[in-house]
Structure formats: structure tokens, C-alpha cells
Ligand binder design. Sequence first.
Ligand code: PMP
Length: 427
Amino acid sequence: MSRSEILFNSAQKHIPGGVNSPVRAFRSVGGTPLFFKHAEGAYVIDEDDKRYVDYVGSWGPMILGHSHPEVLDAVRRQLEHGLSYGAPTAMETEMAERVCSLVPSMEMVRMVSSGTEATMSALRLARGYTGRDSIIKFEGCYHGHSDSLLVKAGSGALTQGVPSSAGVPADFARHTLTLPFNDLAAVEATLAEVGQQVACIIVEPVAGNMNCVPPAPGFLEGLRAQCDKHGVVLIFDEVMTGFRVALGGAQAHYGVTPDLSTFGKIVGGGMPVGCFGGKRAIMECIAPLGPVYQAGTLSGNPLAMAAGLTTLKLISRPGFHDELSDYTRTMLEGLRERAKAAGIPFVTTQVGGMFGLYFSEAEAISTFEDVMASDVERFRKFFHLMLEGGVYLAPSAFEAGFTSIVHGETELRLTLDAAERAFARLK
Ligand code: PMP
């Protein structure tokens, strides 16, 4: 038995499913999850001392690669001064200034400890600000696990929302309307009918939780116009895309300005951090200034701020995101060439340092149905063949992949060689 298998067996005794977050359990690809003990640069190292080129990057935060020396130093320096004060620090203001300068739609920002908290709080704020209860989200978009957001509707968009999880009261779910991603006509029709009840539209500007689906041309612009028309707050959930698809996030990349944004992952540089913010008039509704309550014992935690701030400084150097994007493009081109040579239908999507892989005959991927029509069984085999070849992809056909700035020539060669062997064996 491998060390990972032994560890997974013991983990299951006291941890549900042996994991502290479900996708880690490899349920969707089968097999035993790898247990890691070290990560450095573009690599993760498992308990059996096997090294893998990492395309998960802790699900997004590790854009600089793992264990970046400057980030570790900043955390070490803060460590000497204590772990948490539960009182304001200078670093929090520096963080707020940096976030607001990198993302101009952010006039004010509040730090929290996860992406889930960021989106949950942004929703409450939108509801408090507008005095409306309903929200619109899109099928296949994930915004963390707060009750209102764990909902996907059936086919009739205006039928009552149906919870995707046990434990979410139907009474709650009925305020969540779920529409097809990239379908502006559905948004227009819904708002024409019930616009007066809708507090906000929340969207992943690049959908990264159903693999990776970029917005159709005009979709985000259309959301902006519809929100303006109906007095609805537009929330971009940039937990995944923020500071990744461009320094200023998807809103900079596509040139569409939301009212509120949520961030996580990169903003904490690998520590548990999220934040939400946007228009001053809306943010001033948050306690202690206004009536919308939101708080956190460890919010703005000094160690987390040290890691996040250093990460944001390092990714602000000119050319950073172009390099990240170039590696990603070259790697995906290489994969497509090798799949083609092996006669395997294969499609990729990419926005900056974020990508999707599909075993599919489709020309392009732009809807939830396109994603669902891809060959998940083939992905499962590919995933395990790549693992064997020393490449760690997200253990699900419905998750985006991530590159880091330290993925270079060596990692490209390792990845494409592993893929060539994998495609040959998939036939
Ligand atoms: N929003 C998006 C777009 C996400 O991708 C995620 C997590 N992958 C979240 C929110 C929730 O963030 P967290 O897991 O930090 O709670």
C-alpha cells in the first residue's frame, strides 16, 4: 500500500470522507487521493516522495508557485510579532489601498477569511442595500457554500429554486433564481417579469467551477446594462479570476465594471483570506457604518495579510500576466497538437492563467450543456495517466486548471511528454 492509501484509510475514521473539502476525495475521478507533504515552485510532492507538476495550485492561490521565498519571509517576519490581535493593523489599510488601486471599481473593501464569506456577505449587503430578497445566479457557477448560493433551478427558470444540498430550506432557496450561463435573453426575460424583486445578479465572469467557460461576447456587458435598467446590484465573483486572468481581474480583462466584487485565493497568497467591496454608497451600508451586519474574529489576520500583500506586490510587476498567459497558451497548444496526432477529440479553453480541458467533439465550449456533453469517463482515464506521468491536474472534469509564473520550459516538456503518452494509451 502507498503512504497515501494508508493515510487515507486513517483519515476516514474521524474526517467525513477523509477530507476537509469534498473535491479532494477524488470521488469524481476514482482512486485514492494523494496526500501531500511539501510543495515548492511548480511542484507538489506526495507522501510517497513522488513529484508532480502542479496545475491545481491549491485551487488558484499559488500564482507565484509554491513556497515563494519572499512570501515565506514576509510571513516569518510577521510571526515574530504574534499571530492575531483582533484589532486594527497598518497592514490592513495597506491591503485595502492595494486592492482598491489594482481594481478601480473597489472604492471600499472588507477583508474576510474565505471566498464563501465574501460572497455570502456581498449577497446580504446587496439585499440590505436594495431592500429586495431575490437573487439571480447562473447554472454551473459556484460561489461558496452559503445557503442562498447552493441552489440551482430546474429547467423552468422562474419555477421555485431547488436546493443543491440537503439542509438548505426550500423557503430560502425560492429566493434564488438560476439561469443558464451566457444566456442574456433569459436574464432580460426574468428581469422584465420580476426585476423589482431582484437584489443582485452574481456571476463568475469566467465560469471556473464547471471546468472553464469564458463569457460569450456581450454577456457581461449585457448583465451590466440589465442591472442598470432594473436597479439590480451586479456582483462579479472574482474569487477565482481576481488577480489571475489580469492584474485587475476579469473586470479589467473584459472592461465591464460591477457594483460589488468578491475575491479570495490569490488575495491571501495561500492563507485563508477573502474580501468583498465596491461602490462606496453600497459599502457604507456595512456595520459599523450601516445596518448590514458582518464581522470576523480573524478577519484581516496579520499573517494572512503579510502573505497576501507580498503576493499582490510580486504579481504587480509589468509583464507578469502576459508571461503567465503565454505559458498557458503554449501548454494548451501542445496538448491539442498531441491529442490531434492521436486522433482524440479534445478542446481547450483559456483566459490568462486559467484553463479548461474537454474530451469533446464540440467546436467551442460556451454553455453548461456543452460542458456536460464532454466525455467525463475519458477525462477520468486521462487524469490517472497524467498522474502516473507526474502531472497533477484537478481531480474532476468540472474544475478549471491553473498555471503559475514558475511553470517554464522544464514543466512544459514534462507535461507534454506525459500527455503524449497518455493520449496514446487513451485510444
Ligand atoms: N467563489 C468562487 C468563484 C470559487 O471558485 C470559490 C471556491 N473555489 C468560492 C467562491 C468559495 O471560496 P472558498 O472555498 O474560499 O470559500
